[in-house]
Structure formats: C-alpha cells, structure tokens
Design a protein around this ligand. Structure first.
Ligand code: SF4
Length: 457
C-alpha cells in the first residue's frame, strides 16, 4: 500500500497524506522506527477521539459522591451525562450532571458570577465534600478564572472545590486525562503525610459493570488489601487515603500512568502497569502485584488460584474454540494496554488480529503490539472511520471490538461487533470476563443474520 508505511503497493485515496505515519503494516520483525502517535488529531481526518473536557470527565466521573459542575453551555454537560457504566456501592450523585448553562450575556460579560452562584447553590442544597468544576471551550475563550473562583469557594465553605482545566480545544483526549490527574493530585497532596500501610491502590479502573469488585475479590483471595480505587466506586473519604498505599497498580495506562508517575515522584509510591483482561494477563497481573510487594505468600496463592481458574475454564474454552478458530479480529479501543490484552485473548481462542488501533496508545504500547501481531497486520493510531472501514474490508475482519462510535460502522459493513467500551453492562475482566467475552464474540460472529445480509448484498 503506497499510503501505508512498511507496506506493499495497494493504492487508495482514503488515507490522508498527514495520516500515513500513523499507520503501519507489520513486516517480518519490527519496523524499529515506530508509529507516529500521542499527538493532536489531524484536522479533517474525523478522529474517533472525544475532546479534552470529555477525557477529563470520564476519568473523574466515577467518584460517587462528587459533584461535577460543567462550566459552559448545556451541550457539554449533556454530551457526557452518565457517560460510563460505572457502578457504585454507595452514593449515586455522580450520575447527575450539573451545568452553569452559559448564555450569550455571560459570554459577553464573563461567567464567573454565574459559576459562583452555581457552586453556592450546590453547597447550600446538598452539602457536598467534593466538587469538580470543568472549564469547557467557551470558558477557555472568554478567560474566566475558574481556579480563582474554586479557591474562593473552598476557603469560604471549607470543602474541596477543584478546577479542571479542560477547554475542549486545548489538546486531545489524552490532555483531558492529564488534567483530571492534576485535579486528583490537588485533592491528594494535602494528605501525603499519611503513614504507609500494606495495601495497594488500583488506578485506571472505572468499575464498569462492577469490574473493580471482581479484581478486589481476586486480590482478597491472595491476601492483598486495596486502600483506594481511582476512580471506580471511589468517594472522597477513600480517595484521600490513597497516599498511604505501598503500591499503585495501573489498569488503564492511557488515562492513569501520568497520575501514577506523579504519585511516585511526589509521594514515593512505586507503580506497575497491569491488565485484568484475558486469562494469561489476569494471572500474570496477580503474580506481578505480589512480586512488587515482595509478598511470597501472596505469590504462591496467585499461582495456585490462577492454575485452578485456568483449569476451570479449559473445557468451556475448548467448546467455543471450535466455533472461533481461524476467524479474524479487528480491534479499535481507547488505550494500548487493552489492545495488547485483546490480541493475546484472541490468540488464545485461535483467532488472528488483522487490524489493531487505539485512540491514545503510546510509543511503548505500539512497540509491544507490533511485536505480538502476525505479519501483515495493520496497526493504526487515532484512526478515523474511513481507515477502519478500508482496512477491515481489505483484511476480511469477522468481528470488530470497539466502542459506541465504532458499532454502527461494523454493522453497516455486515461485520460482527463486541462492545469493549465504557457503556457496556457486563464485566469483561478477570476469569468471569473471559466467559462473557467468549460468549459475546461467538454469539455476534456466528449469528445467522450475517448470512442473510451477505446474501442480500
Ligand atoms: S468542551 Fe468544547 S469540544 Fe468539548 S463538548 Fe464542550 S464545546 Fe464541545
């Protein structure tokens, strides 16, 4: 393909010149010069990424007792209202969306007074412990001093009111993750003198469909306690205990590695990246957590627990393998670590990943991806629908694993789809997640409807 690096001679007008360096076709061995990634989206390429504000909101929204005030027009708030399928074992305040609903007059004369009134109304009516105030595009343009308003409100009412600097235009979705992490650091830093205990924090797990409860149960089985979860099923009281943990484990590397490295630098908490997707990665993650804590007893338990679960799933997987073996998968997800786990998971089912891309993958993630996929696999960063369509068709993908924006694309092409994004309602992590995932891809791929569609076309 002329317009794909390291590739042959398939010519197409669909890939923009400026996008060529972000698409790679795996050759024998690794390219060595990497994929262009971790930058701003190309204008006009119709990126699947959301804006900076949305990136920040998805990280902070699962904090169950926090108030999220969106300083901007009503559209920004409704666009991200209840955006994740994050579950709570306590409060459900986080499922509401509050907005200053800026109007033309505010844009002309400034919106700080309106923001002050909104914060005071929330505090007087609801007595919260924690408020996040998100700056949206227009607030970045008119220059409201959101941080100053938040400081004044914090001092006046003696609660934490934190500004999230997230005008939508100020970068890409990854910048939003970073702004959310900065707000979290502002929350945690006053508590950094906490004496170190024995437990760990789980970062970058948002308790989608209750996944963090599954992970906590596994850790409990091997004798490791969890101090704080950031941010799935968390609340103000549990979050401020986070500085007392011995270790941070990072599940969604794209959103939370920055927080982990700041916590390491400023609080002395080391971190490791883990993944609880797929049998292999779940077992390895439990073992690596035990090793990082130098807990031999926990390591033995992790190995034994992993072996038992693997054996338990063997019969189940061998039944489904017959239906899935030889099929081709396309993956387009948010972060690199999830993509890596999915490639391994498909391999364990006898399936080949033919297209793989992420919205916010980093150079290191793409190096791992390139090293584990087969020759000719297409690897893309920050893909757009036209590219996904072209490569899925060329490679004959049988199923696409992605999020809400990719679902219609797959269905229109007559390709099966598996939702692995934050809207889903069933857990896909851990050993139970392997069962759900395998059943879902089998049902979707082997559904008789595809035969009818192909016949109709
Ligand atoms: S912050 Fe900007 S880009 Fe994001 S939803 Fe609001 S207006 Fe749209």
């Amino acid at each position: 393909m002329e317009n794909v690096r390291e590739s042959t001679n398939n010519n197409s007008a669909e890939v923009l010149e400026a996008r060529k360096d972000s698409i790679l076709q795996k050759q024998d061995g690794c390219s060595g010069n990497g994929l262009q990634c971790d930058g701003n989206s190309v204008s006009g390429a119709v990126s699947q990424r959301a804006c900076v504000y949305c990136g920040a909101r998805v990280v902070l929204n699962p904090i169950t007792d926090a108030f999220h005030i969106v300083h901007g027009p009503i559209g920004c708030a409704s666009y991200t209202w209840d955006i994740r399928g994050s579950l709570s074992s306590g409060d459900d305040l986080y499922r509401n969306s509050f907005s200053t609903d800026l109007q033309e007059q505010d844009i002309i004369f400034g919106g700080e007074k309106r923001l002050t009134n909104a914060i005071e109304e929330v505090i007087e009516k609801h007595h919260p412990k924690l408020i996040f105030v998100y700056a949206t595009c227009i607030v970045g343009v008119i220059g409201d001093d959101v941080a100053a308003v938040c400081r004044t409100m914090s001092e006046k009412y003696g609660i934490r009111v934190l500004a999230v600097k997230s005008p939508g235009f100020s970068g890409n979705k990854s910048v939003g993750y970073k702004m959310a992490c900065n707000a979290l650091m502002e929350l945690l830093l006053p508590h950094k003198q906490e004496v170190k205990g024995k437990g760990i924090n789980i970062l970058g797990d948002f308790n989608l469909a209750g996944e963090i409860w599954i992970v906590k149960d596994y850790l409990n089985k091997i004798g490791i306690s969890v101090v704080s979860t950031i941010t799935g099923d968390s609340n103000y009281e549990t979050l401020i205990k986070a500085p007392s943990a011995m270790l941070n484990v990072v599940q969604c590397a794209g959103s939370s590695t920055y927080l982990a490295s700041r916590m390491e630098e400023e609080m002395g908490i080391p971190y490791i990246k883990i993944s609880f997707y797929g049998i292999e990665d779940t077992i390895n993650s439990l073992i690596r957590i035990a090793e990082a804590l130098k807990d031999e007893e926990a390591k033995k338990k992790a190995i034994a627990f992993g072996e038992t679960e693997k054996a338990r799933l063997q019969d189940f997987l061998s039944i489904y393998r017959k239906n899935l073996e030889g099929k081709k998968a396309a993956i387009y997800v948010g972060g690199g670590f999830k993509a890596i786990s999915l490639i391994r998971q498909f391999k364990s089912l006898g399936m080949d990943t033919v297209v793989v891309g992420t919205q916010t993958g980093k150079k290191d993630d793409y190096e791992i991806i390139e090293s584990i996929v087969n020759k000719d696999t297409i690897i893309l960063d920050d893909a757009n629908p036209a590219e996904l369509e072209r490569f899925m068709k060329e490679k004959g993908a049988d199923i696409l694993v992605g999020g809400v924006k990719e679902r219609p694309l797959a269905y229109k092409l007559g390709i099966a789809f598996c939702d692995h994004n934050h809207e889903r309602k069933h857990p896909l992590c851990g050993f139970d997640g392997v069962v759900n995932f395998t059943k879902e891809i089998n049902l979707s791929m082997n559904n008789p409807v595809w035969k009818h569609i192909k016949n109709a076309v």
